[in-house]
Design a protein. Structure first.
Length: 281
């Protein structure tokens, strides 16, 4: 093979790699799950929840307008945001955050919890005010009854803590439930998947379904291995993508979103940004 042929091959491979990385970081995937909540009634059957996580605006990479269109196409009954809407290394993107919130609220009711970047921005109150003024319900260690035709579920939101490791246990003890909520189906919005087992410690608050993010899908994903690194879990993380359950409590499940944007690493590999859609059955 001549020198020019080798050079052409190398250029071709580099071009293919660039195209692959662009696709992996900008082409959103919609992933569907079908979940049955214990003790739920027929009114919940077919209800859709769109789950978005880790946008890291302005490092979101994808088109927010295209994101909104994809969410609208799913015709959700509820939209939930599980933290890190903004990136701590940048000034608060007020215009983009407000526009996104308003666009999502126009589609369906929206609920949000904080992530470590939102918390660490130093402007958490302003972050919350922007979302609230746009019509988003921000759950700060709170629970709310979500009703559909006299049936429904409890939606709990765990707020970001400065240090989860030293936070009082069980970790959900600060989430306020009314007495009537304790025996109802529960969904928890919690940014950190690495505390899966701890979310189940308090039996009065143990969620039937946890929606989480934070892991960015392990950033670089390899066949048969999965993600290579995530914040909070380190190398070869356990909880990065898809559905997980506790062997001792198999009815309790957690869905981890790979998220939308990037944080420490500037790009993803074999790990497209994703929109999670949960259909209740």
């Amino acid at each position: 093979m001549s020198g020019w042929s080798i050079f052409g091959t190398i250029i071709g491979l580099l071009l293919a790699l660039v195209i692959y990385l662009i696709v992996q970081n900008k082409w959103m995937q919609v992933k569907h799950f079908r979940i049955k909540l214990p003790y739920s009634g027929k009114s919940l059957t077919g209800k859709k929840i769109v789950h978005l996580s880790d946008l890291h605006i302005p490092r979101h990479g994808v088109s927010l307008a295209r994101l909104v269109k994809k969410v609208a196409a799913e015709k959700p009954d509820l939209i939930v945001l599980t933290g890190d809407l903004v990136d701590v290394r940048y000034d608060l993107p007020k215009v983009e955050l407000r526009s996104l919130a308003q666009s999502l609220v126009a589609i369906a009711p929206v609920y949000a919890v904080t992530g470590n970047h939102d918390f660490g921005s130093g402007r958490l109150q302003e972050w919350e005010d922007i979302l609230t003024s746009a019509g988003v319900r921000v759950l700060i260690d709170e629970a709310e009854w979500i009703e559909f035709d006299h049936d429904g579920f409890v939606l709990m939101g765990l707020s970001e803590k400065e240090n989860f490791e030293t936070a009082p246990k069980p970790i959900l003890r600060g989430v306020t439930l009314t007495e009537g909520m304790q025996m109802k189906p529960k969904i928890l919005l919690a940014h950190h998947p690495e505390f899966f087992e701890e979310y189940l410690m308090d039996l009065t608050r143990a969620p039937d379904l946890i929606l989480s993010g934070h892991a960015h899908g392990g950033q670089f994903r390899l066949p048969f291995i999965g993600g290579l690194f995530s914040p909070g879990q380190g190398k070869f993380p356990v909880y990065t993508d898809g559905v997980y359950f506790d062997p001792e409590l198999p009815s309790k499940r957690m869905i981890v979103s790979r998220g939308i944007g990037n944080s420490t690493f500037p790009f993803r590999f074999n790990n497209r940004p994703e929109i999670v859609v949960v259909t209740l059955i």
